[in-house]
Design a protein around this ligand. Structure first.
Ligand SMILES: [Mn+2]
Length: 240
């Protein structure tokens, strides 16, 4: 039994190399993983399941083919693709995970998150997150005409890039107190998340015991993967 974790691929038309690398992983090495977990920001932008293009269709078919081969795929929303819905999951034959989500990873209780909800020092971002992610806003967003959604999406993305650039890096990283809180609350000694684009393995002490926070990497220059089996976990990358 093996599991594979990825996040923050930010798939988009502008970067066919990333889509190629993902499809290569999916049809090759990923077949060694019974469970594939995609922890958010799989797509650079997702404005609703009715907005699929050629890129989305190719990814959906590849995921459905993986299911055909008897392999499971789990997907979690990120801040870029939180409008991924039931139709996507049905077509791609994946299971949507709540954020946070507790899993049994080869006998160990592990917590999975996208990671943006841990960045509480970015007050402005958290305010925006609360506004956009509540069920009512999601309902309204999903039912807006496609063009309006595209316009809002473009505006939000350009603003967020601009703001993130101006913020000191510790503001846009996770808050250590929040990490410890969440891990204690869920009773885990291991947390896996993405979002910050700072791939690393951080040893921690939770309730006097050794613990770990693993950060998955974004797929910009490198394709980052985290493999897990009964022997342990390995965070690896290969050039795109
Ligand atoms: Mn993110």
């Amino acid at each position: 039994m093996r599991s594979l974790f990825i996040s923050d691929l930010h798939l988009e038309q502008k970067r066919p190399d990333i889509t190629r690398a993902f499809l290569h992983l999916l049809t090759g090495p990923a077949d060694a993983a019974d469970h594939l977990y995609i922890l958010g920001d799989f797509f650079e932008v997702w404005l609703g399941d009715d907005t699929t293009d050629e890129l989305a269709d190719s990814v959906i078919s590849a995921l459905a083919a993986r299911a055909e081969r008897g392999k499971q795929t789990f997907i979690m929303h990120g801040n870029r693709d939180f409008l991924l819905g039931k139709q996507f999951c049905r077509r791609a034959r994946c299971t949507l995970l709540q954020d946070p989500c507790l899993i049994d990873l080869h006998g160990e209780k592990v917590l999975l998150m996208h990671g943006d909800s841990l960045c509480i020092d970015d007050i402005e971002y958290m305010r925006m997150r609360r506004l956009l992610r509540n069920p009512l806003s999601r309902f309204i967003l999903r039912n807006l005409p496609r063009r309006t959604r595209e316009k809002i999406g473009r505006k939000l993305r350009s603003e967020s890039t601009e703001r993130t650039r101006m913020k000191p890096s510790e503001i846009t990283d996770v808050n250590p107190g929040m990490v410890a809180d969440v891990m204690r609350r869920y009773g885990v000694k291991r947390l896996i998340h993405g979002h910050t684009h700072r791939p690393d393995r951080h040893p921690l002490v939770i309730e006097g015991e050794p613990a770990e926070r693993i950060v998955l990497g974004d797929w910009d220059q490198q394709a980052w993967t985290l493999w897990a089996d009964a022997d342990g976990l390995e965070l690896t990358s290969s050039p795109l």
